[in-house]
Ligand binder design. Structure first.
Ligand code: FAD
Length: 404
């Protein structure tokens, strides 16, 4: 019988296992993951799990029994060091070699690291894994001043948690506004205001140039404009890079991540890739995109399981994402890049708002803060390439169902 090898035991992997078996793949499934855990949910790492509100078992996407029932050979704490697409084998760091008929690369991403002087001091953390959270938590209790480097989602979520734990929190962002990669200036200002209301200090146009320490542990953060900030704990959230090194060494084509087609196939025969590590052609946006989101990893896993079973379906899900900060549930549908009009529904000085992004009258993206109805409707409208009346979009009294 055939073997599917999945490299990386994260979100994409868990869904690939479920889908392969529900699509009636009856061969062998081998999973190799370099973390010590079966696949777990990453989003709570910067939210409830960081707060300490969630036990580790609750993070697991599926319990161990799920994999046992599906006869999955799960190797955790083991790294794949090399793949050979021609010979259809993979080498592991425990000396083993695994032969496969179909390979799924689901290796996710690596955090981008600071390189400035002092970057390797104690008390400087990143956040990608359970082990990272344990490291932060060990330093949390004694910390008074927390500096977060990077004002993206993860940085802001960490800032919110640290503030809720009563720390003095400063966010340093190099760009001229927070969340600049993903939302409009109006939404950046909205988030900055709420964080400031909660007591978080946010400085934009502020790049970190060095970290200073006492006895090997960080104590100050220095910035390009000559400022210095006390810090007992520094958490860095300055983006990720796709974990594409295995594919790269094997000569598989890359393009801002592992390049896959609309069926998640790479340039090597019988090698698929899913999740953060991939860039794929988006029929909706007419360009190649790389997404860093759970729904994307899961959606691509489903398409891949089908392709392995001989059914080529096109991956065409609308991108969506969420973020929890203080009492705000942000939900984002679509990609706003290239918009030429923004319509705001709700009061920018409140904590409930929707921003609709249009291009040539077509709704291409939406950010909703505590606005689930607008979010659900927008997902459909974006997929339909609808041209909703901007005046009505702006009117909170107009029910979103009217647009559908
Ligand atoms: P991952 O889930 O990252 O899994 C990849 C696994 O492969 C990792 O365990 C990695 O260690 C392992 N691996 C890598 N190389 C090897 C190798 N050579 N051998 C063996 N194993 C290997 N997304 C959302 O949609 N909403 C959110 O609110 C949200 N919040 C987030 C908060 C945090 C703190 C983080 C870190 C991410 C968040 N994300 C969120 C992003 C989301 O978690 C990722 O998009 C998703 O996990 C991608 O799934 P994946 O399967 O591609 O990779």
């Amino acid at each position: 019988s055939e073997t599917v090898l999945i490299i990386g035991a994260g979100h994409g992997c868990a869904q690939a296992v479920a889908s392969l078996r529900s699509e009636k793949f009856e061969g062998k499934i081998v999973v190799v993951g370099d973390e010590d855990y079966i696949p777990y949910q990453r989003p709570p790492l910067s939210k409830d799990f960081l707060k300490g509100d969630l036990p580790l078992e609750r993070l697991y996407i599926k319990p161990q029994k799920f994999y046992d029932d599906r006869d999955v050979e799960m190797k955790t704490g083991v790294r794949v060091t090399k793949i050979d697409p021609a010979g259809k084998t993979a080498d592991l760091d425990n000396g083993e070699s695994v032969s496969w008929d179909h390979l799924i690369i689901a290796t996710g991403s690596h955090v981008r690291k600071l390189t400035c002087p002092g970057h390797d001091l104690g008390g400087v953390h990143y956040l990608r894994t359970v082990a990272d959270v344990h490291g932060i938590q060990a330093d949390f209790d004694g910390a008074k001043d927390v500096v977060v480097v990077g004002g993206g989602y993860i940085g802001l979520e960490i800032a919110a948690v640290a503030r809720q734990k009563g720390k003095n929190v400063t966010v340093l962002e190099m760009a001229d506004r927070i969340l600049n990669r993903v939302v409009a200036p109006e939404m950046s200002a909205f988030y900055q205001r709420v964080h400031e209301e909660e007591g978080v200090k946010i400085l934009c146009n502020t790049g970190v140039t060095a970290l200073e320490g006492d006895g090997g542990k960080v104590s100050r953060v220095l910035t390009g404009d000559g400022q210095a900030f006390d810090a007992d704990l520094v958490v860095v959230g300055i983006g990720i890079v796709p974990a594409q090194e295995l594919a790269e060494a094997a000569g598989i084509e890359l393009d801002n991540g592992i390049k896959v087609d609309e069926h998640c196939r790479t340039s090597a025969a019988d090698v698929f890739a899913i999740g953060d590590v991939t860039s794929h052609p988006s029929p909706l946006y007419g360009r190649r995109i790389r997404l860093e989101s759970v729904p994307n990893a899961m959606g691509q896993a489903k398409i891949t399981a089908k392709a392995i079973m001989g059914t080529l379906e096109v991956y065409d899900e609308i991108p969506w994402f969420w973020s929890d900060q203080f009492d705000m549930k942000l939900q984002i549908a679509g990609l706003s890049a290239g918009y030429d009009q923004i319509v705001i529904r709700g009061d920018l000085n409140s904590r409930s708002i929707a921003a609709f992004y249009l291009k040539d009258g077509v709704l291409i993206a939406m950010d909703g803060v505590n606005r689930p109805a607008e979010f659900m409707a927008s997902k459909k409208l974006i997929t339909m390439k609808a041209k909703p009346d901007p005046d009505k979009l702006a009117d909170p009294d107009v029910n979103m169902k009217e647009f559908l």
